[in-house]
Design a binder for this molecule. Structure first.
Ligand code: SF4
Length: 450
């Protein structure tokens, strides 16, 4: 008999400042900086490096017993000075850890003082502060807080232009490159924030760079207030917490809010919006991608129709993946997330319809022990989520299809596509092949043709 749980066991979410550090890594010449203890920076670096396979420097104000009691003002100022001297960054992105949030350090006040003290210094970096207590929310909240804080620090009203802002949510570097390619093919001047497609998935260097090249330029972020609109992905992302929401309320830049474009229906909505914004049809190459995807759905349908899946991860990813799975005839019997926006069930219902009628269970704020218990009962054909579900997959002998973040136990997680027709095609092929591989392995006949 199972005992009632008294604590989270293997959380299905990550630390709030981790998301902020990832977003700050997507700003050109920016150093992420944690106001808190060294161990937080080490954990976050370990996690990001293992997924992206790139070196990641994260500075820290290195709290000790004294700082924890009397406040971290001195350490923060000294740390900012050291980072400025050593890295000469344009921007320092400061995220507050659980400890500094708990003792209630007045980071905004400390930064005001520090700016006054260094006002005469040439090359003083822009300081951006995102409040990221990890006992509230998850990595995705830290990510969005950093994006919004960046805009608050840098966006300035200028002469109106014809550009578009894209706030893509926490997607892979491969997805970011694909989004940029689409915007370029539409000939839409654009700014993607954040853009870690090079800083976290770049090539080898002929010479050492203290800060990896790439990222959204500060000048482009400044111009975002003059854009014709902002496209923002993420079903549960509310305007009051989002970058695009802030641009709309402060500068009147219209916010176009969409789910992550996964699957044909949601990708269509994204492309239709782009067509409206630039008043021309999509380039032929995307018509072709869509046609190939429709053809693949028809070809692969017989292998996967009626299969069931347990799906977990960030709420926005789970919602869009669930809609895509229904589109291809797979039933997500459990949609689970460690996140707890309170909106997941309603937003899923908007995309999928009658959840109960579809036999879909939705659980937010859960850990992997809860997901494992549900998986044992539901016995799905597939598990779909990040690599933290591997233990569950191994125990239950149900195949795990790895998506999202983090992917620690496979190579190339940063190059997985999820978005648009191209990303959907990749996901669809992986799902069909996983089912075929299972059947082939279970077959008594070693067949070699389908
Ligand atoms: S203590 Fe808080 S900020 Fe530090 S690693 Fe843990 S969850 Fe993240």
């Amino acid at each position: 008999m199972k005992h009632a749980k008294t604590a989270t066991q293997n959380a299905c979410k990550l630390c709030n400042p981790l998301g902020a550090c990832l977003a700050f890594r997507g700003i050109e010449q920016c150093v992420p900086f944690l106001h808190g203890s060294q161990g937080c920076a080490t954990y976050i670096r370990r996690y990001l490096i293992s997924h992206y396979k790139e070196p990641i420097d994260i500075a820290s104000s290195n709290f000790n017993e004294e700082t924890a009691v009397f406040g971290g003002s001195h350490n923060l100022k000294l740390g900012l000075k050291n980072v400025t001297q050593q890295y000469m960054p344009e921007v320092i992105g400061i995220a507050t850890t659980c400890l500094s949030e708990t003792i209630g350090d007045d980071v905004k006040g400390i930064l005001r003082e520090y700016r006054k003290q260094t006002a005469a210094d040439s090359g003083a970096p822009v300081l951006i502060h995102a409040s990221t207590p990890s006992y509230q929310g998850s990595h995705i909240d830290g990510f969005h807080a950093a994006v919004r804080a960046t805009l608050e620090a840098l966006a300035e009203k200028g002469a109106p232009d014809s550009s578009v802002n894209l706030f893509p949510n926490m997607v892979s570097p491969a997805d970011l490159r694909h989004m940029q390619e689409i915007l370029d093919d539409f000939r839409l001047p654009s700014m993607i924030l954040p853009d870690y497609s090079k800083t976290l998935d770049g090539g080898p260097w002929a010479e050492y760079h203290r800060i990896p090249p790439g990222g959204t330029a500060t000048a482009a972020i400044a111009r975002s207030a003059s854009a014709i609109g902002s496209i923002e992905f993420g079903s549960t992302l509310e305007a009051s917490k989002s970058g695009a929401g802030w641009l709309e309320s402060k500068f009147g830049v219209p916010r176009y809010h969409l789910p992550l474009p996964i699957g044909i229906r949601e990708s269509d909505r994204f492309f239709e919006l782009l067509e409206t914004l630039c008043r021309k049809p999509r380039p032929e190459k995307y018509q072709d991608e869509r046609r190939r995807l429709v053809d693949a759905y028809a070809d692969g349908h017989k292998y996967i129709f009626g299969k069931t899946a347990v799906l977990y991860g960030e709420e926005d990813l789970v919602i869009s993946m669930a809609a895509f799975l229904r589109e291809i005839g797979v039933r997500p019997v459990l949609c689970a997330s460690g996140g707890k926006s309170g909106l997941m069930k309603a937003k899923l219902g908007e995309l999928v319809g009658d959840l109960e009628g579809e036999g879909m269970k939705v659980r937010d704020g859960v850990d992997f022990s809860d997901i494992e218990d549900e998986t044992e009962l539901l016995r799905p054909d597939l598990i779909i989520g990040n690599s933290k579900g591997y233990t569950m997959s191994r125990k239950s002998r149900i195949p795990l299809i790895r998506i999202g973040f983090p992917i620690h136990d496979r190579f190339g997680g940063q190059r997985l596509h999820h978005l648009g027709y191209r990303g959907t095609q990749e996901l669809f092929d992986r799902i069909v092949n996983t089912v075929i591989e299972g059947r082939q392995n279970d077959s008594e006949i070693g067949y070699t043709y389908l």
